[in-house]
Design a protein around this ligand. Sequence first.
Ligand SMILES: C[S@@+](CC[C@H](N)C(=O)[O-])C[C@H]1O[C@@H](n2cnc3c(N)ncnc32)[C@H](O)[C@@H]1O
Length: 179
Amino acid sequence: MATGTAGVLRELRMPPGRPLRAVGVDSSPQMLAAARDLPPEWELVRADARELPFDDDSFDVATVAYLLHLLDRRDRDLVLEEVARVLRPGGRLATVTPALPRARLGRLLVKPVVAVAEASSGVAAGLRPLDPRSELGERFTVRRARWVNRGYPSLCVLASLDPGPAPDRSHAAPQAPSA
Ligand SMILES: C[S@@+](CC[C@H](N)C(=O)[O-])C[C@H]1O[C@@H](n2cnc3c(N)ncnc32)[C@H](O)[C@@H]1O
């Protein structure tokens, strides 16, 4: 999701574990047009991550890098709902979001920047930190979280899709008692 110029997809080209099929989704045709050096069989699709043009249960893995912090809570929910819908049971989701530094001094130093970012709906909103773990927890089990302090302080979270609700069997015909 929000593949942009396909930086994450380019990382995924590297062996081992290169996927046979990968699809980069972004709502901006300009960003997609700038995506380069991808295997010819991989696709780029212009679409809104809140309404994905894919079947249920059709992907093993989804990544959402540097999108969730740009959205309000309702839109984040819609994106996560769509990701949960298109992932196969047990599928994995990796998110990357800007993060607050973990050290107290670092947090103090970035406080003014964060205040501007929180109040902004423009470019500065790109610096808004977001820890998505509690929101992921509604549909996913968080497996790992890793803070990266090189460059842009970021939080990488790996989660797996929880099994869906048990099928409603209340209308099923009662079973004959076994002998
Ligand atoms: C900050 S860029 C991140 C790009 C890329 N993931 C990366 O890490 O380099 C955010 C991207 O999200 C895309 N985007 C914003 N809202 C979107 C939406 N609702 N559906 C799909 N893509 C969206 C933008 O077009 C942009 O390419």
